[in-house]
Design a protein around this ligand. Structure first.
Ligand SMILES: NC(=O)c1ccc[n+]([C@@H]2O[C@H](COP(=O)([O-])OP(=O)(O)OC[C@H]3O[C@@H](n4cnc5c(N)ncnc54)[C@H](OP(=O)(O)O)[C@@H]3O)[C@@H](O)[C@H]2O)c1
Length: 291
């Protein structure tokens, strides 16, 4: 089986590296060619500059792109070439967009899976991603055979869109949670607690500690906003959640509030930074200065 990968960003680059090391990647593509050149040089894998050439040369195509518009504008023009191809989209996009692309691919004789991931770049490096898979049951094993080289857990959630809904359930939780961590951290520091003592409560011994607080509280302590997951991506996911909850006629007071906080963070210049930078919104709004 010939496998291709489009999208060598923070996640795609690392996923690609895992697949190459397992001997399961034949060709890559990236919109910004220099990144594909760099990957090709580092891992000895062919790169192409034309998406059509990419899809024609593989049986299974993985995409790891930024958002709805990136995935639509990349995949829809390729649908005429989708006969007998398996498309595995690992991006986090809106389930409704993904379902309509999947229908287009299916009309042309191919099949598509939504395969968003839980886990940041560090998890990707350690091959410890969790993949939430949605799509036809028929080729789940084929897809799993490839994705197991970059993920420690693959959960089949059902038909097209279900992987993405499951991913959004996760991101609703972490989006609200990291905003709450920032609020709690800012409160503790403003009250005069030492950063390391607030860390003990939020990340080590407190009743709401989690892998996410272990990861993000040290970043908040050090104002280290090097990107594990960009603020712009968290904002995008909370926007998708807000639209999907509207479609489903369910309320989302907490995630819509968190969405506004990440928008403020972007307005402060933290769009490309890690979403732990939401702490800066609180610092800016304080009437007292905190470190
Ligand atoms: N980073 C994380 O921790 C994480 C965790 C879970 C899920 N995710 C999700 O995974 C996806 C990728 O995240 P990432 O962090 O890898 O993002 P990223 O570093 O911003 O990479 C985005 C990729 O999409 C490409 N792209 C953007 N617009 C495009 C377009 N119009 N046409 C073709 N290619 C386009 C970019 O190409 P260029 O190089 O040319 O810009 C790049 O390869 C997102 O949906 C994100 O929400 C990320």
């Amino acid at each position: 089986m010939r496998v291709g990968l489009a999208g060598l960003g923070v996640m795609g680059y690392r996923i690609g590296a895992n697949l190459v090391k397992a001997g399961k990647l034949d060709v890559v593509y990236n919109r910004t060619v220099s990144r594909a050149e760099q990957f090709s040089k580092e891992y000895g894998v062919k790169y192409v500059t034309d998406p059509k050439e990419l899809i024609k040369s593989v049986d299974l195509l993985i995409t790891m792109l930024a958002d709805d518009s990136a995935v639509s504008s990349f995949l829809l023009p390729l649908s005429p070439y989708a006969k007998d191809k398996i498309i595995v989209d690992m991006s986090t996009i809106s389930p409704s967009t993904s379902i309509s692309i999947a229908n287009e691919i299916m009309k042309n004789g191919g099949m598509m899976y939504d395969a968003p991931v839980i886990g940041t770049s560090i998890f990707a490096e350690q091959k410890k991603l969790t993949v939430l898979l949605g799509g036809p049951e028929s080729h789940v094993n084929t897809v799993t055979e490839i994705l197991k080289e970059t993920a420690s857990t693959i959960i089949y959630m059902g038909k097209n869109g279900m992987g993405l809904y499951a991913k959004l359930v996760n991101n609703l939780m972490v989006g609200v949670y990291v905003a709450a961590l920032a609020e709690a951290y800012n409160f503790g520091i403003s009250a005069g607690l030492k950063p390391e003592d607030v860390h003990k409560v939020l990340a080590l011994y407190g009743s709401a500690k989690s892998p996410t607080s272990e990861l993000k509280v040290p970043k908040m302590m050090n104002s280290d906003y090097s990107t594990q997951f960009a603020t712009k991506h968290m904002r995008k996911d909370l926007e998708i959640i807000t639209k999907e909850t509207q479609n489903l006629h369910v309320v989302n007071p907490l995630s819509s509030l968190a969405l506004q906080l990440y928008r403020f963070a972007e307005a402060l210049g933290y769009s490309e930074s890690d979403y732990a930078a939401v702490l800066e919104v609180y610092k800016k709004a304080n009437l007292v200065k905190v470190k």
